[in-house]
Structure formats: structure tokens, C-alpha cells
Design a protein around this ligand. Sequence first.
Ligand code: PLP
Length: 396
Amino acid sequence: MRVYADNAATTYISETAMNTLVDCLKNYNSNPNSLHTEGQITAEKLAESREKVAKAINAANPNEIYFTSGGSEADNQALLSAARVLKDKGKKHLVSLNIEHHAILHTLKKLEKEGFEVTLLAPESNGIVDVNKVRDAIREDTALVSIMFANNEMGAIQPIPEIGAICKEKGVLFHTDAVQAAAHLPIDVQAMNIDMLSMSAHKFHGPKGVGVLYARNGIRLVNVIEGGAQERGKRAGTCNVPGNAALAAALEEGVANMEANAKKTAALRDRLIQGLSDIPHSKLNGDPVKRLPGNVNYSFEGVEGESLLLALDEEGIRCSSGSACTSESLDPSHVLMGMGVPVEAAHGSLRFSLNEENTEEEVDYIIEKVHEIVALYRKMSPFWEELEKGEREHVI
Ligand SMILES: *Cc1c(COP(=O)(O)O)cnc(C)c1O
């Protein structure tokens, strides 16, 4: 059996997105900045895509949607813009979380080198930040709060409406990396007081290399890519009309089916969590309820996540240990460490990210194989032997 359970790393492209992509490559292949007839027809296609995206997140105006090369670029531009624009007003402090994606964390590091001060809050042990800590971290000179909508590794959903309200009250800009949330959780940028938001097509059945930065009108953006005047002068480069249209189509479809998909996926998620719960010295990471519908992140003491992943791969099960972006490094996940998971437990963690196309049979197959493989690897592990002999303390 082959089971794809790595949807947080990337999703397959949907029929709708694929058809839109191909249709645009064939029929809307002019430069939308050309003044001739075909150029203008393509420009209309692009405008339509922008409208669809605006509608999906309840943006007030389609001109608040900036197409980018993906979630990483959108994250970079949001942070760099807020920092560089507000620096002139004496604001040099930024607030974020230690469990953010590296697109956020590495950009914050860069800004620190430019003289900004960064407060990185840690979430509680369930992976969710205490909103009072966010309120307390905001200072007179705070330019921006950037807190992710939902975490890509352990699925915890942050209290975005509450944080939005606090930022509004304090007069501080609020950005959220909603790459894992878009098309999976309801988003309303106006009701949630979100000033800037990032998303990426390939996390909701669109193509890779296409994303969006939403920036509320009135927010000044600085360019990350300099050149022509595309995207209202804020993101240069000939517009990727097919990619943008495919993003919009995938998002529209995802939002239309969100409730049904989330219900189905969450039932599979809970079946998997339940099925793994009788493995001794193992534990679910992240809040059991306030979590992405498809996310299961489990720690198994005494074994290496990477070894489990490769053994499961042999059995046809595709999952992840930590995030895909760090899967080449042997350091334990900064997300699990950041929420206080002991290092031994962080090393033995696996992430399954399901979607609406998975089945109960697939979930039962995962449960069976994880039981087998964890037992087998523990039997071979000198570390586990020490735990069993009482020479080491169990952390789970
Ligand atoms: C995947 C991901 C990104 C990066 O998006 P790309 O389009 O791959 O650049 C950023 N943030 C989160 C939370 C993600 O899951």
C-alpha cells in the first residue's frame, strides 16, 4: 500500500488547478502589461485571480493582493516592509514566536543584524501562545507582531482573532504566516484585524512557486525584488498569470469545500491519534483540539524519527520527521524544542499530515506499521535498553 501523509510539506496539484494552469499556458500567455489586445485579455485573467483571492480571505479590495513566488517571499516582504518603513518613526522592535517557519525566523535574524530588537515568545506546552504574553511583549517602539496562523510541524492553531484585537488596540501592525491555514481554516482578514498575511499555493493543491502577500491598503511595502512596476510597483517581474490563476482556482475550491474536507480529515486525524495512543512512552505533540485538521505529530521515546521515517517509507508510507525544510539537518526540530519538548522526545518525532483524500484503511495501515516498526527499532536501540534497565529516566 502507498500512503501519502506529507501534505504539510506539499500537496498534490488538483484537477482544477492543473486545468487552470494548462488553460492559461495555452490561452492567456501574453504579458499582462502589454497594451495590445491579447495583453489586455491576459490582464483581465490576472484581475479575476486577484478578485478570487481577495474574496477567499474577505479582503476589502483586490488591490490588497500581491502575487509572489511563494510563502517564503511573502513572509520576507511582510517583515522587511514593516521594519524598514517604521524604523523612520523610531520603531525598532519586533515580536514573534520561536516556533515560526524559517522564512520568518531567518528574516528576523537578518533584521537583528540591522539593529532591530526581536522578542521571540515561546508557546505554552500545547504549542499555543498565551495572548497575555503577546500583549505584555508589545512596547512603545514595537513595529510589528508576526505570529503564524497554524504551525506546520505540530499543527497548533494560534489565537489569531485575539492577537489581532490586541495589535489593533495597541496600534501595532499584525502579520500572520497563514501558509498552513489558507483553504484549511476560515480566514477573514477584516474581522481578525490582520494587516498582512502570507499564503502559498502548493499547500492547498495549487502549483509550487506561487504565493500571495495580502497587505491592507495604507500599509507601505518595500520591494524584495526590484525591477518593473508589476504588482502596484511592489513586486517586480513579469506576472506568472497561469500560476496565479491556478492559485486562485485552488483557493476558491479549497474554501468552498473547507468544512466538508476539514470534517473528514479531522476524523482521520483523530483515528490515527487514537490508534497510536497505546504505544508506551509515546506522546502527541501540540494541542489535541486546536490543531490543523490533518496534523498528527507524535514522539516515540528511544528511537530516531529519521530511522522510523525511512522504515515507514519502505512500507509505502510517506511522512516527515520535523519539517521538510530541516530534514537534512540532524538537529532536533526547533518547533518541538521551542515548546519545551525534551530533546530525547524531539529526536523521536514523526509528522503525518493527512488530507481529505486519505482513507480509514490507510490510517489503519499507518497505525499497524508504526506499532511494528517502533517495537522493532526499540528492540535494537541501546538507548531503549538503558531506559528499560532503569539506567536512564524516561522523559515520556
Ligand atoms: C511551506 C511553508 C512556508 C514556505 O512556503 P513556500 O511557498 O514553500 O516558500 C512558510 N511558512 C509555513 C508555515 C509553511 O508551512
